[in-house]
Design a protein around this ligand. Sequence first.
Ligand code: AMP
Length: 395
Amino acid sequence: MKTLNDFNFENKKALIRVDFNVPLDENFNVTDNTRIVSAKPTIIKVLEDGGSCILMSHLGRPKGVQDEFSLKHIVDEVSEIIGVTVKFVPECVGPVAEEAAKNLQPGEVLLLENLRYHGEETKGDLGFSEQLAKLGDIYVNDAFGTAHRAHASTTIVAQFFPENKCFGYLLAQEIDSIKKVMETGEKPVLAVLGGAKVSSKITIIENILDKVDHLIIGGGMTFTFIKAQGGQVGDSICEDDKMDLALDILKQAKEKGVKVHIPVDVVAANAFSNDAETQIVDVTAIPDGWQGLDAGPKSIENFKKVVMESKTILWNGPLGVFELPTFAKGTIALGDAIADATKAGAFSLVGGGDSVAAVKQFGFEEKVSYVSTGGGAMLESLEGKTLPGIAAILS
Ligand code: AMP
């Protein structure tokens, strides 16, 4: 398999699948440009080699052509970040797009219109993929956020570049980070799984039991495990139909020598509200009318110790309802501990869903080793699935 650095793009046109699915405000200003910034190194490599870039992406979920989803809205932002005046073509396939691609000179960047204006994109249509393929000489996939989709631009198009395809730097870094946790990570390896429900994390838990030495279970998932073992969880979120599964997970963990750490105390509230009355209670004795919404102080101390002893750390899911400041302390304390462990030499990966939001909100982004850019793609990787967008480059 060739990497981006194996290619010299001089006088070549790189057809790059980027993930520019960025949030826009009502005036179509980009409100979070992380994804554009993340794609910059790959684009710069091509330009510095003396090549040109044809950038393709989706934006939102348009139903056919809808102006609000046009990528024209982000042209200025992309130009500013890349440092090159980006050209825009209001099509992604067909004669107009082909002409624009043909006329592109070394050092230039062309942004195509939203791929999802064509239903063929998400269907992974072969003919549509072939039309995309006509635009460039080398296919580069740098869109981790869509790597779990077998769409035309993320997967199918790769077959038209049997020798000339590779991952961009961002996607390569995502793959490398997951590998560091799941395969090559220095022991002890710790996974912290929080979030709301056991049901959404089962496949991840089952997959990582073979990879980790320690597993911290926190957040709303806690209560299914506690109730399954006979504890009183009051009005806390609990999936009664997943209690057998919780017991099975604990049994499997024991058999595999994985140490499971579950909160011993919680911040219980008499309502799901930032202004609710709260009390610290034993996790197995939450009174009726009260619900556990954050990890308690003893739990946090226990978790900190485990984090500080770990050399490789995966964090997915908050320890409490971090969106409400009253119940954010556990998540912040965990972030602090992971930041400290990272400073002391551990490798830490944060990925999938709300933990990324929490990490950004509380300023841990620069203090952990890597924050994944892909929600669903990250979760599917942790579940042990081979993502189609990755397989297409490897094959
Ligand atoms: P997930 O997307 O599965 O990582 O879940 C994240 C969500 O879990 C966040 O919105 C949190 O507010 C929620 N959450 C965390 N702890 C609790 C809890 N103890 N009770 C209810 N929801 C929780």
